[in-house]
Structure formats: structure tokens, C-alpha cells
Write a protein that binds this ligand. Structure first.
Ligand code: RIB
Ligand code: CA
Length: 308
């Protein structure tokens, strides 16, 4: 089966790193764009370059937005560590980012090749800016399959808002109103897909640089979630968006009308998912993932590490 042509827009980020490893194995990576999110843009971009080198990938990396469209900047240093990859230290990459023009690259690349799967797994600033520059991008991509938001009001930054959407609600709002074919892998789904120390110990037995790196990322992640949730595995959010494109049969999605709240005092950054069926306000604009074969997804991530 041919591997889907994919652009990964990310903010590495521990689980973003896992998404790059997963995409390298299961997708045909056209390129990677980086955005500020979990940590500052200089770190998300440097981390993407380090992971590219670790994997021996020959794909372009283009740096994008250093902050949200409007409003205060949000980071997640407490989750991903000061520079974004927990306590994993990778060698300085020989190859730096190929440009600082992710937005222009997104527009040009989707003009030269239609049908690419655009997979954002960080704040949606780059994607929103690319859609502003060329709204027809919404028609040219096969889908925008994003990790972000949540159905059923599950939040991680606030009681109802997920980090990627909360970090730039205006950008998310523009993406959800763009008319692009959308798929949303929200916290309601990603919390079902968990990895931790047990998987890290298995990765360490692979005896490879990628296996060792993944073992360190998983151990860091497990320690955080043990303290945060008293369980020693954590949701692997970002690989879910990649696998929703490469292995869609492992997911159950429903067509929903989804709006992003940008004004609410208590609800800013919430994805408001209308689950009222025929009584919904307006047409469905997004395929919302509700269930997944979590064991198979974890196996695919582990296979990507093992075979890297
Ligand atoms: O809320 C989870 C999302 O926020 C993931 O993409 C994680 O990497 C962070 O960016
Ligand atoms: Ca991310």
C-alpha cells in the first residue's frame, strides 16, 4: 500500500518527536514545518532538526511562527522540559532548518502538489497564516488532520481547552472555518492511547540510537504523568494524528459541527462540538475521532521505533 504524502506541522515536543518517528515509518513525508508551542520556536525547530538527523531523514524543515496570531504566548515547559525533549540530549544537527518561511513553503508546496495530507500537531498559527495567504489551500490538501481540541469538553490547559487550540484560538478558529476537509484528534481520543515506562524499557532493548532516544522520551513522559495523574503512562497525542491518516481503519469518527470559542472568560480555546445530530447548528465541518484501536496504534508506534 502506498504511503500517504504528508506535511507534519509540529512543536517538538516529546510527543511531536514520536509523531516524526511514526510519520517517517508510515507516511511519505514531504516536509516538516515548525511552530512555537510546547517550547520556543528556536527549540522546536532545533529539535526537529535533531530528530531528522537521528532518523537519517532527507526532508526539508521550515521554521514558522514564533507566537500566536494575537494574545499572550503559552508554553508547556512543565510537560516537555525547558528545551522540549525532556532530558534527552541529542547531538547538534549538521543541517539546520532549510528556511524560516514555513508559511510560504506550505502555500507553494501545496500549489505544486495537490492531495497532500497536512497534519498539524501544535498550535495552528502556521496553518492559519497559510490559509490567509492562499485560501485555496483548503481545497488543495487531502485533509487537515490535526491533533488538537477535544469533544466532550475535556481540557488540559483549562477545564475545557486543549493546549494546541488554547495556545492560538484565533488561528484554530480560522482553520475550522476554512472549508478544508478537517479531522480532529482531540483529547477525548488521545487519552485512550497511552505509553510509558514499560514501552520505554522495550525500546531500550532495540540497541539502536532511535530506540534509546524513545526510551528516554518515554521515561521522562512517564515520570511527568505519574506525578500529574498517578499513573505511569501518558497519552501519546501527536502520533494519533499521523496514524489517523496512515491507518484510518483503526479509528471511529463522526461528522460534527465544531466551532472554536475565542471570547469566553472561562471557555476561550474550547472546541465546541455539536453532538446533537439532526438538531445540530449548521453543517458538519469536521470528522471528530471518538474511538480507536489503541493497542494497534501503540504497536505501530513501537514498530516505527524498532524499524527506524
Ligand atoms: O494537548 C496536547 C498537545 O499539546 C500535543 O500536541 C502536545 O505536543 C502539545 O503540543
Ligand atoms: Ca505537539
Amino acid at each position: 500500500m502506498s504511503r500517504p504524502r504528508m506535511i507534519l506541522d509540529c512543536d517538538p515536543g516529546v510527543d511531536d518527536a514520536m509523531a516524526i518517528i511514526t510519520a517517517a515509518r508510515w507516511a511519505d513525508l514531504v516536509g516538516i514545518t515548525t511552530v512555537a508551542g510546547n517550547v520556543e520556536l528556536e527549540h522546536t525547530t532545533a529539535n526537529a532538526c535533531r530528530i531528522r538527523e537521528l532518523l537519517g531523514l532527507d526532508v526539508e524543515i521550515h521554521a514558522g511562527a514564533s507566537g500566536p496570531l494575537v494574545g499572550a504566548q503559552e508554553f508547556a515547559h512543565e510537560v516537555h522540559g525547558a528545551t522540549g525533549l525532556g532530558d534527552l540530549v541529542l547531538p547538534e544537527p549538521n543541517r539546520s532548518a532549510d528556511s524560516n518561511n514555513a508559511v510560504e513553503w506550505l502555500v507553494e508546496t501545496t500549489r505544486s502538489e495537490e492531495g497532500i495530507y497536512l497534519v498539524p500537531v501544535g498550535p495552528l498559527t502556521n496553518v492559519a497564516l497559510a490559509l490567509r495567504a492562499d485560501p485555496d489551500l483548503a481545497r488543495r490538501v487531502a485533509s487537515i488532520t490535526l491533533m488538537g481540541g477535544s469533544a466532550q469538553g475535556v481540557g488540559n490547559v483549562t477545564p475545557v481547552a486543549e493546549f494546541n487550540v488554547y495556545a492560538d484560538p484565533e488561528a484554530a478558529d480560522e482553520v475550522f472555518r476554512s472549508g478544508a476537509p478537517l479531522a480532529m484528534l482531540g483529547l477525548n481520543l488521545t487519552h485512550q492511547v497511552r505509553m510509558g515506562s514499560m514501552h520505554g524499557r522495550e525500546c531500550a532493548t532495540f540497541g539502536t540510537p532511535v530506540g534509546d532516544a524513545m526510551a528516554q522520551l518515554l521515561e521522562f513522559y512517564a515520570v511527568f504523568h505519574l506525578a500529574e495523574e498517578q499513573i505511569e503512562d501518558g497519552p501519546v497525542h501527536d502520533p494519533c494524528a499521523v496514524l489517523a491518516v496512515t491507518h484510518p481503519h483503526l479509528f471511529t469518527t463522526e461528522a460534527r459541527s465544531v466551532h472554536v470559542e475565542v471570547d469566553g472568560t472561562h471557555t476561550r480555546g474550547m472546541t465546541v462540538v455539536d453532538e446533537r445530530g439532526l438538531r445540530a447548528d449548521g453543517p458538519a465541518n469536521c470528522g471528530v475521532a471518538y474511538e480507536a484501536d489503541a493497542d494497534s496504534l501503540v504497536d505501530l508506534v513501537m514498530q516505527a521505533v524498532r524499524e527506524a
